[in-house]
Design a protein around this ligand. Structure first.
Ligand code: ZN
Length: 298
């Protein structure tokens, strides 16, 4: 009786162990399957994000290609005395006139490092911008101005020495722009069709002496002052609207950081990112030498 009881207890104990082990194995199996599913789901969401980003880039590039194709048959506006702009591939024509557009503009370059980073974003998304370059910085930073031009960006002039033009003689003002144009012709084979006076400083005498359309701005990002990515993004995104000309400076890493955020965000909101001349042409605004322009709104 005693032996039987022991046999029974040992048997019972073994069964109990087997059941416990099976239970633990089952729990481990379920946990393994659950982790596997979670991993698969997170991969899926990353790949969805990548997909939407690549669709955005693809769409922007298609629009850009269409603009270039039609632009080749559609001459850009050419200020008097400047005949070298008629073959600019980045002329408007295929822009969607019902969709909003803005012109990103960058002053005080070129700078191979920071302008280069901005051009990486522009190339990635297939959009364009306008660079108001300082003549005396061009030869040392030739590759970035050449790359900007080849990407269909507009190269405007910001004088040769970043001079305060107010109070200068007319001959001195003209020289600031002719000297910059000489370097531009050497580096990119054409003159600047538009100018931005340093500090946005203009008066009647300056406008008359400049002999090109003077492009000012409607949004000042204050990037030179804040040197802060978030503030630059905020200053632009909080007020942006159709026809804006946005002022930034391609000298600062923080500005390049902000551009990496601003460009996809504006494209997501349906904005077309174009050069100043493209936007003015699309809006039916004729650029005239000696006139100042603040935006692309009529
Ligand atoms: Zn400047």
């Amino acid at each position: 009786m005693h032996t039987n009881k022991n046999k029974y207890t040992t048997h019972n104990f073994k069964t109990d162990i087997i059941i416990r082990v099976l239970f633990i194995v089952l729990i481990l199996l379920l946990m393994f399957l659950l982790v596997k599913k979670l991993k698969y789901d997170s991969c899926l969401s990353v790949s969805n994000d990548k997909n939407s980003e690549s669709v955005l880039i693809k769409t922007a590039k298609t629009i850009n290609r269409n603009i270039k194709n039609i632009g080749n048959n559609n001459a850009a506006p050419s200020p008097s005395g400047n005949t070298s702009q008629t073959t600019d591939p980045a002329s408007s024509g295929a822009l969607n006139l019902d969709a909003p557009m803005v012109a990103l503009t960058f002053d005080d370059g070129s700078n191979n490092s920071t302008t280069g980073r901005i051009l990486d974003v522009i190339e990635q998304y297939g959009c364009r911008a306008t660079f108001f370059v300082v003549g005396n910085r061009l030869k040392a930073n030739a590759s970035s101005v050449q790359r900007a031009s080849s990407l269909g960006c507009e190269i405007g002039s910001h004088s040769y020495d970043h001079a305060q033009l107010k109070g200068m003689k007319s001959s001195g003002i003209k020289k600031e722009f002719s000297k910059t144009n000489d370097v531009l012709k050497e580096l990119i084979g054409k003159k600047a069709p538009v100018v931005r006076t340093p500090y946005g400083s203009t008066d009647k005498k300056v406008l008359k002496a400049v002999k090109y359309p003077v492009i000012l701005w409607s949004i000042d990002s204050r990037d030179w002052e804040t040197r802060n990515k978030k503030k630059t993004v905020k200053n632009i995104m909080n007020t942006v609207k159709d026809g804006d000309i946005i002022l930034m400076h391609d000298l600062y890493e923080e500005t390049a950081d902000a551009v990496e955020v601003i460009v996809p965000r504006l494209l997501n909101q349906g904005y077309q990112l174009v050069t100043v001349s493209e936007m003015m042409e699309a809006k039916g605004i004729k650029l005239k030498p000696g006139h100042a322009y603040f935006n692309g709104r009529r």
